[in-house]
Unconditional design. Sequence first.
Length: 281
Amino acid sequence: MRRHATSLAAAALALGLGLGLTACGSGSGSGSGADGGDSGALVVGATAVPAGEVLDFIKKDLAGKEGLDLEVKEFTDYVLPNTALQEGQLDANLYQNVPFLENFNKTKGTDLVSVAEAYLPPMGVYSKKLDDLAALQAGATVAVPNETTNEGRALHLLASKGLIELKEGAGVTASPADITSNPKRIRFKELEPAQLPRVLDDVDAAVINSNYALDAGLSPKKDAVLLESVDGNEYTNVLAVKKGDEDDPRVEKLVKLLHSPEVRQFIQDKYQGSVLPVAAH
């Protein structure tokens, strides 16, 4: 009897281990294509505008023709889409530029790579009090993103207008500590990027990423008192994946669709110059 019970226990243990190994080997979240497979939905993280809208257009109008099962998950910040991608909850994301991605990898220890450029959303300066930044008064308050590369991007934009000067060599991670000249004695208010459109009544101006400006009903093309130049702009948004997933067939299909004439036309019609398709710059 004891031998029989022992045999049953051993069989149960073996079955349990087998099931556990199967569960561990199934991967997390979506049907990952890291092994070159082409099954399961491609789960892509995005901010709502413009990334989410572009991906929704692809999902509804183009993905089926390409045999791509696309699932879009929206996020409201710039951190979670990358941590979710690193942890395997997403297969890709679309919302960030290469300087942001490289700095995120460096500071967070992630292993994410760009696989394709998608579109350029120019950063702009917005104000409810001014039509021209030349009218900015001494001691004015300007809100800027508190995230490293976006703050640097905002400061370089202000410097391009001569409002401040930055020390030589101040790159994408420039901060107010790198300001060498501030003739108008501008006071900088550092805030979460998503909060910036909400404080326009309380500051003289705010430097806002286009996705949050568009989400708040602002038109970068029409409402910004200063908009980034397109020429030589390094802040094109990219489709990113975890390193090793670059050759996922589902990702390759999405890249093809992002670069399609239909998507270029959708971006031109939808955003009227406030977001520029990759082929337009």
